[in-house]
Design a protein around this ligand. Structure first.
Ligand SMILES: Cc1cc2nc3c(=O)[nH]c(=O)nc-3n(C[C@H](O)[C@H](O)[C@H](O)COP(=O)(O)OP(=O)(O)OC[C@H]3O[C@@H](n4cnc5c(N)ncnc54)[C@H](O)[C@@H]3O)c2cc1C
Length: 403
């Protein structure tokens, strides 16, 4: 149990936003523990480590991180790769007291209120009086931990969306799940991608994949895009050249065609089967604007977005938006904001980050649900907004974790 006079913070996930939350807790003198499912900090960022971010260093690190990095602080305006960002997060962890507070290889399986069920004391202050109870799965097996404030910074990259029409699996998609790649392809080994690649999706990850696969001499890409006339998420007068480049490449591939990429707009995948019993290839049925079409491919890459794991807070009173699956208040603010430029997203403010469940906050990429406009900079602002009211006197001493 925890000492309620000094709230203990559980931070779920040691991605960039979870680590910034840890620094903010340290600055505020709040005791905290970070639970990270992967073997390192920045595990998801390492999973797409070969991808170059389209935002520069200045936007990829929080002011708290910049302040602590000293001479390690990147001075130029370049955009790092995911690996370079994750390496810097590693260094940051070693430079600060964070390391002793991070439980690696420890997955949070579920969170509840100690002694309360989901439907009890609906929206009532009694819920805040009971600590959160976390079920963890770590190196020593399963155990419970307790906290007064929970910051869910678990991201989305481990939970890809289905490739089938309407966002549900296409017939055959589930049984062929082992044949479907749902992460941005690493093309540094071209032989890995020899043959025909069926690429599904139109967002920045799919655009990155199309651009990189198009450079490989022995690869042909059949790129399936759902809408008839995609806008490729273009931001007018985009100030981020890396992001604009992706749009330009996608548009050129769709308009002018290429020997290596065929773009099928207005097309959905309606079925997947193995091409012959235990065959190495996959046969896809496509519903195109001119009728059904069969395609046989060597690789299937589905980049149709990611969404956070809602099972973590299933026993809590979280009001999710029925359209985006983001927390309701934040979702309403984001949907009401004009334009789609993530650099122009409004600062959420503490009230939009609150849930009916007191002291449970969903931050970082997960807080945007299915909206794909999240930027690291926004997550760092969220951290500041949520933790500012909890800052006790500066002289406050850290106490051991509240398990
Ligand atoms: C390919 C790609 C490129 C991107 N490029 C940019 C860019 O250029 N600029 C930009 O601002 N944003 C970019 N983003 C968007 C976003 O900023 C990143 O996804 C960023 O990593 C989000 O940070 P996060 O800390 O919220 O989540 P993540 O980085 O996803 O971190 C979540 C962490 O939680 C851990 N975790 C997950 N589940 C559990 C659990 N149950 N228990 C414990 N730990 C758990 C994970 O292992 C991971 O370490 C990009 C995203 C992708 C996928």
């Amino acid at each position: 149990m925890t000492d309620t006079a000094t709230p203990h913070v559980a931070i779920l996930g040691a991605g960039p936003i979870g680590l910034d939350a840890a620094l903010a807790c340290a600055d505020a003198g709040l005791p905290y523990t970070v639970h990270e499912a992967g073997p390192t900090v920045g595990t998801h960022v390492r999973d797409w480590g070969h991808v170059r971010l389209f935002t520069p260093w200045e936007l990829n690190l929080s002011p708290r991180m910049h302040a602590r990095l000293g001479d390690l602080r990147p001075q130029d305006g370049t955009c790092p790769t995911g690996t370079e960002l994750a390496d810097l997060l590693d260094s940051l962890t070693r430079l600060t007291p964070l390391a002793g507070r991070i439980e690696l290889s420890t997955r949070v399986l579920a969170v509840a209120r100690d002694g309360l069920l989901k439907h009890e004391h609906i929206g009532a202050p009694e819920r805040a009086a009971a600590p959160f109870r976390l079920l963890l799965d770590g190196p020593e097996g399963e155990r419970a931990a307790y906290a007064d404030i929970v910051l869910d910074c678990t991201g989305t990259y481990a939970h890809p969306n289905s490739l089938g029409d309407g966002g549900i699996p296409a017939p055959g998609e589930r049984s062929l799940h082992h044949r479907i790649i749902r992460t941005v392809p690493d093309t540094t080994e071209p032989d890995r991608w020899r043959g025909t690649v069926l690429l599904v999706g139109a967002g920045k990850s799919a655009q990155t994949a199309a651009r990189d696969l198009a450079r490989l001499p022995d690869t042909h890409v059949e790129w399936v895009v759902r809408t008839d006339d995609p806008d490729w998420g273009e931001v007018p007068a985009d100030t981020l050249p890396g992001r604009q480049e992706l749009v330009d490449v996608a548009r050129a591939l769709a308009q002018d065609g290429s020997d290596r990429v065929t773009v099928h707009t207005g097309t959905r995948v309606t079925a997947l089967t193995e091409d012959g019993p235990n065959g190495p290839r996959v046969r896809a049925t496509l519903d195109t604007s001119t009728g059904l079409r069969e395609l046989v491919c060597d690789h299937v890459v589905a980049l149709t977005g990611y969404s956070g794991d809602a099972t973590l807070h299933r026993q809590l009173q979280i009001h999710e938006c029925y359209a985006t699956a983001a927390p309701m208040n934040l979702s309403a603010t984001l949907l009401g904001a004009a334009g789609g430029d993530c650099l122009a997203q409004p600062s959420a403010g503490l009230d939009t980050l609150r849930n009916p469940e007191p002291d449970y906050y969903i931050l970082g990429a997960k807080s945007y649900g299915r909206l794909n406009t999240f930027l690291l900079r926004t997550g760092y602002e969220q951290v500041g907004e949520v933790l500012a009211p909890h800052a006790p006197a500066p002289s406050h001493a850290l106490r051991p974790q509240g398990t």
